[in-house]
Write a protein that binds this ligand. Sequence first.
Ligand SMILES: Cc1ncc(COP(=O)(O)O)c(C=O)c1O
Length: 317
Amino acid sequence: MIETRLDLDRIHAARRVIDPVFLNTPLYRCDALGRQLGCDVSIKLETANPVRSFKARGTELVASLLAEQGRTGVVCASAGNLGQALGWSGGRRGLDVTVVASRRAPVAKLDRIRALGAELELVDGDFEMARERAVSLARQRDVRLLEDSLDLETCEGAATIGLELAGSPFDAVLIALGGGAMATGVGYVMKTLAPGVEVICVQPSGAPAMTRSWHERRVVTTESTDTIADGVAGRFPIPAVLDDLLAVADDAVLVRESSIIAGMRMLLEHTGLVVEPSAALGVAAVLEDRDRFAGRHVVSVICGGNVDLDAYHRWVR
Ligand SMILES: Cc1ncc(COP(=O)(O)O)c(C=O)c1O
């Protein structure tokens, strides 16, 4: 029995609430990429949906609950993808959605948050400052604050990816690690339904707080972050999420920026996928430790495709 805040029945129930457009995403073996990486590689594609990331699996749960409760507003801090997802899910249910983000977030993400009808407030600091501002805004307005990775819906939504993976014969699953909703959600399902599958979390060396925390088994914060993988660039791990991660992850590894870029380029060249940096973390992890994965079958969750085109061209050219 895996002890976390998650519960398998609730995760199964979540599938009945989430709009089917976000469910049963493509899962396929990619031989061309596998040949390059020296192992069997499957891709779980979370970008072919209206918000181009997995985050709507969680926001669907939150927004439907709020609508059921007759609530009208919701605030979240976002690195960019949660805000789009909440804009989509909340907008569909008539909720007033406010997103707080860093002014330094990718323009493509900020533009899409606005385009989805959400109110966008920008802060001059990083994601952690956006989190602080979101707390006070929600308090001021007396509306629900959605806290990514802390609020169970965000983990349960992401965990439905795990249900879609659990029946397949993989040796390892590679999961981008930010606040931890995806890793704890998917990890919980894998450890419950497919305990033989190795759950490996991947973070950039430039944003290592959660990975360091996992290794030291206590919350470790950092002063700053320095990575192009904006979706996973947090500094303050949440204690309850770390506890869950300790229960479900087999490993947490850090990768270099050059490997993330190489991963993005390989995903373009060998799978035809344009991904944001966070989605290339899994490939980067294989690139940095080929021997570990040689001959094994790994699945990498391609978790987001929201990227500024100019930056993307610069990276992959
Ligand atoms: C594309 C992408 N990958 C990975 C993550 C990290 O997910 P989590 O915060 O659930 O760990 C995020 C978070 O927003 C993201 O947008």
